[in-house]
Design a protein around this ligand. Structure first.
Ligand code: ASP
Ligand code: MG
Length: 408
């Protein structure tokens, strides 16, 4: 008998029929003698609808009130789920985040979980209840309702699993696991049986939106056994996210090809190459909360250099305007930018012990005539910036070059 936390995403609870299916699935686990905590999201589209209502009233809604509104989506699904479980003959009880007492800080709309009170849940489990806890929400010290940021119910589930020392945290979603790359781009993409936390973090931060990044960090930190599974298929083991040591010896060098379309590049030309310059350029940008990703500074000629960096495409206009002003102040030669770029990355812990991954990647792209504009590397990842129109081609070529296709 195990204690299992099961998180169901918005599409898994999108209708009352699907909610009934979730209840049936939970009943099967319960029948095997397990203790179950269920953490649902809001019905799909509901959180967007609630936020749109708020924005109808106010262009910049008060964050505290926004959380009061946005948190209600999950309150509906926990009640419906508990009722559906009653119909299955199960004992079930629902709680909102504040009722459990999921204690968070007071950063409305992106609060962090500080502590979870497990007393009520343990008591209910001991009495044979399935405990249904609303994802995405908590309350701060003063009892104000908070939410954890979009996709936050993944983090709720992992945090509950950590707090209750659950044997496994299962994330049920509309895909049946984590893939070597997006199957819509490469039909031959393969489901991974296991992936390490580190790889998953890179894949998630690079746009493979299976899990909220924070939930993966949390699971890694507290060693929560995390598994991604399909809520629409009954079979399959999904993908287990592991600590590296657990992986088998015949580990592939590259586990996946991740990509991010929504990138833009800016270059400040002919800026004086002096101490403090990088800070003068990027300091003001960081202060406006624009995320800067890759940064390249060239060798200088005659005391001047070119300085390039990438930002999310949505921040391009703002960053460009700021950079023009910074450039004028620093007496730079000008600003050029490109918002039709993308980033493609090869990710794999196996790269640590295998040199030559970068050259393999560059030769594969070169053979297709794809020009690499920027490169960045970490211990387990190599990323390149290329023209956006080559994204699909690059992902396909790299997927093949690293032998990630389905085994025949
Ligand atoms: N319902 C919330 C959202 O849409 C939380 C979640 O689904 O994880 O962001
Ligand atoms: Mg989600």
């Amino acid at each position: 008998m195990a204690l299992i936390v099961q998180k169901f995403g918005g599409t898994s609870v999108a209708s009352t029929d699907r909610i009934k299916n979730v209840a049936k699935r939970v009943a099967r686990w319960k029948a095997q003698g397990h203790d179950i905590i269920v953490v649902p999201s809001a019905m799909s589209g509901e959180t967007n609808r609630l936020i749109a209502l708020a924005k109808d009233i106010s262009a910049s809604p008060d964050p505290r009130e926004l959380d009061v509104i946005a948190s209600t989506g999950e309150q509906v699904t926990i009640g419906l789920l508990a009722m559906a479980m009653h119909e299955e003959g199960l004992k079930a009880k629902s709680y909102t985040g504040p009722q459990v007492r999921v204690l968070t800080d007071s950063t409305f709309t992106k609060a962090r979980i500080l502590q979870i009170d497990d007393e009520r849940i343990r008591k209910d489990l001991a009495e044979g209840y399935v405990v249904v806890v609303a994802g995405f929400q908590g309350a701060d010290e003063d009892g104000n309702i908070t939410t954890l940021g979009r996709g936050g119910s993944d983090t709720s589930a992992v945090a509950l699993a950590a707090a209750l020392r659950a044997d496994e945290c299962q994330i049920y979603t509309d895909v049946d696991g984590v893939y070597t790359t997006d199957p819509r781009v490469v039909p031959e993409a393969r489901k991974l049986d296991t992936i390490t936390f580190e790889e998953m973090l890179e894949m998630a931060s690079l746009g493979s939106k299976v899990l909220q990044i924070r939930s993966v960090e949390f699971a890694g930190k507290y060693k929560v056994k995390l598994r991604v599974l399909s809520s629409f298929q009954d079979e399959g083991e999904g993908t287990l996210i592991t600590v590296e040591e657990d992986k088998k010896m015949e580990q592939p060098i590259i586990s996946g090809i991740a990509f991010n379309r929504d990138e833009a590049k800016l270059t400040l030309l002919g800026v004086p190459d002096l101490p403090g310059i990088a800070y003068k350029i990027l300091g003001p940008i960081a202060e406006t909360n624009i995320d800067v990703d890759m940064i390249i500074q060239n060798v200088s000629h005659d005391g001047a250099t070119d300085f390039s960096f990438t930002v999310n495409r949505g921040d391009y206009g703002k960053a460009e305007a700021m950079l023009k002003e910074i450039g004028t102040n620093l007496k730079a030669r000008g600003v050029v930018g490109d918002n039709k770029i993308c980033k493609v990355s090869a990710v794999g812990v196996g790269m640590r012990s295998h040199p030559g991954v970068a050259s393999k990647m560059f030769s594969a792209l070169g053979a297709e005539g794809i020009n690499i504009q920027m490169i960045s590397t970490s211990e387990i990842k190599i990323s390149v910036v290329i023209e956006e129109k080559y994204l699909e081609l690059a992902v396909r070529v790299l997927h093949k070059a690293f032998g990630l296709e389905k085994a025949e």
